[in-house]
Design a protein around this ligand. Structure first.
Ligand code: IZC
Ligand code: ZN
Length: 424
């Protein structure tokens, strides 16, 4: 029996179509390909039809009806939201550091003293796979309740061969067992662990010679990421790690120019990274290089807010022709939130992205940032039936109402997984 779901009467179906082969950039980011008063028909986990109500109705009738019918009158339908940058799998929390930062300590000072990422590393090393799975499962549930149907998840709180593999195995289990799809990134180069504080190059060697081969052999990740930052990994070390990752078939990503202007955007272009993320302090030259090389900018305005920093220059990136995506950066230190809709609000309010650009950045461009542009990120026949019904009469209303959750229904692979805001 074919499982069929029909969403009808939507005030707007925001398809974000026409960009499955390459991300939208410049003025294309404003083009949402909206169908007013429309419907979506899904079959066996895939989108079969999208169009105006009358046509959708006729299509469903031609198939002999649907098992599930969702009336979206007065509401909008969007592609399932995609979060292309999270540190999903970790143990413990760091509320104490919020207090320290409020008293004047900086993020990098806390890290240097063995706190920050290194604190989360100690907690994560001490946790079992089962404990990590349970903690992360709760976070994935909250992502789903906020309309997110795919997340990227990085390792980087293990910082030993076995503990990095442990984190990635948990991410794989989450992908297999939880409705949200999880795409894995190896980030052994997230911080230099205490044991190698006096010989960071030896740690870089371990990442390259001991971690990467194991990650590749167990097929535990698709991407390789590096925290390229003052006092963390140099541009030269980052380049070596990302090039080595490429040899193992891992596509480069990079934490670039988050805290100081460091040449991360330029390096992203040089190594052909799929994305460069953060970019708070990216130079004009770095932006131009990214545009030329086709690197996607993944912007994280909740992190900028939480670190009390000026956000990335989204307008300059868009004007330079860099495709922009958005993400929560979910992590225990600089962005403890699963609300991608809040990030979307912040993108408008703090970076002056338009409501239409924000939708593109959290759907199709985010999908491209994790190599999934052909599978997800838009409402087009053949794509995965990952859809969100928001209790909003139009998409601008989504960006105007902020700090509240307007998710009504979520479909994952064509099945209702959230109903009236609750997980079913
Ligand atoms: O745990 O602080 N920036 N990595 C790079 C992070 C923030 C995560 C953390
Ligand atoms: Zn990050």
């Amino acid at each position: 029996m074919e499982q069929r779901t029909y969403i009808k009467n939507a005030a707007q179906v925001i398809t974000v179509g026409g960009a499955s082969d390459a991300p939208k950039r410049g003025a294309e980011m404003e083009d949402l390909r909206i169908i007013e008063q429309g419907g979506v028909v899904c079959e066996n986990g895939r989108i079969r039809f999208v169009g105006p109500d009358a046509e959708a109705e006729a299509f469903v009738r031609s198939l002999g009806g649907a098992d599930t019918v969702i009336d979206a009158a007065g509401k909008i339908v969007t592609p399932g939201l995609v979060d292309p940058h999270t540190h999903l799998v970790f143990a413990g929390s760091r509320e104490r550091e919020l207090e320290m930062r409020l008293q004047g300590a900086t993020y990098l000072e806390i890290l240097k003293q063995g706190g920050g990422i290194l604190y989360s590393t100690a907690q994560t090393r001490a946790a079992t796979e089962e404990e990590l799975l349970q903690e992360s499962w709760k976070r994935l549930n909250r992502f789903l309740q906020h309309g997110v149907t795919t997340v990227e998840a990085k390792s980087g709180y293990g910082l030993t061969v076995e503990d990095e593999l442990k984190q990635l195995r948990v991410a794989r289990q989450l992908h297999e067992r939880h409705p949200v799809d999880v795409v894995s990134t190896f980030m052994g180069a997230h911080a230099v662990p205490q044991e190698y504080k006096h010989d960071p190059d030896e740690y870089v060697r371990i990442v390259i010679e001991e971690m990467l081969p194991r990650v590749a052999a167990e097929k535990l990740a698709e991407f390789c990421d590096v925290f390229c930052e003052q006092g963390v990994f140099t541009v030269e070390q980052s380049e070596r790690i990302l090039e080595a990752g490429k040899q193992w078939g891992l596509i480069p990503k990079i934490h670039a120019d988050e805290i100081v202007s460091f040449g991360g955007a330029e390096l992203a272009a040089k190594v052909g990274a799929i994305s460069a993320d953060h970019l708070l302090k990216a130079s004009d030259e770095g932006m131009r290089a990214m545009a030329q090389a086709g690197v996607i900018a993944v912007l994280l305005p909740a992190t900028a807010l939480f670190l009390m920093e000026q956000p990335a220059r989204a307008r300059a990136l868009i004007e330079a022709g860099v495709p922009v995506a958005l993400s929560t950066d979910r992590n225990p230190g600089s962005s403890p939130t699963e609300s991608l809709p809040l990030v979307m609000n912040l993108a408008c309010l703090t970076m002056k992205m338009t409501p239409a650009e924000v939708i593109t950045a959290s759907t199709i461009n985010a999908a491209h940032a994790i190599g999934r542009g052909r599978e997800i990120g838009s409402i087009e026949p053949g794509k995965k039936a990952d859809l969100v019904v928001f209790d909003a009469p139009n998409y601008v209303y989504l960006q105007y109402n902020f700090g509240v959750n307007l998710v009504d229904t979520v479909l994952k692979d064509g099945r209702v997984v959230v109903k009236e805001g609750r997980i079913v």
